[in-house]
Design a protein around this ligand. Sequence first.
Ligand SMILES: [Zn+2]
Ligand SMILES: [Zn+2]
Length: 221
Amino acid sequence: MGTVTDKERIDEALELLWVLDEEGHNELDRFSLSSDDPDTTLIVETLLNEGFASISGKEILLTEKGRKTARGLIRRQRLAERLFSDVFEMSDDSVVNDACKMEHILSEELTESVCTFLGHPPTCPHGKAIPRGECCKKLKIEVTPVVTRLPEFEVGATGKITFIVPSEPSRITKLNSIGISAGSIIKLIQKKPSCVLQIDETTVAIDPEIAKEIYIKKVIK
Ligand SMILES: [Zn+2]
Ligand SMILES: [Zn+2]
């Protein structure tokens, strides 16, 4: 019996286990069906031998070691997706493909810089959670974030909304109906007592609680 030594194949398998776990599917069968690996039996054996996963009944579960590695990979991949979509404004399809390679390239240090630069985004462009890093806890501002939350945005500046992370999904529809959605160009008029934005010719006021859920990038004219 051999083992897989190609790190990229192991990484892909760990990422898949993480994603399936998020979806509540830990079945070994499910993993084998979803995996693109040329030899799923062998990759599973490698994961078990390396202590990345364990089998429990019909399920394959990440061990603590496996979770730690997968978490880092997923974090880098989803941050890369954000970077490509928010900063380089690439289309969704190319985002996933390029981001898929990025997680193998980004170093720990670079990951923190990218996360800070993007304003510690909580989710990827597909709405999946980005595992938090040390930088997110400390919120150190060594690099000026390109994307900030609306309450931290500069009054008088014009920005483009990059994404909205609503605590209540129904908020998105409400915000969209007043012209606030990802891609909208707005000017911040005031922050207190409520956030007042100018969108085209209209002025709208939004609750500070909701303003915190809106992420914005400055537009340089
Ligand atoms: Zn994503
Ligand atoms: Zn961070």
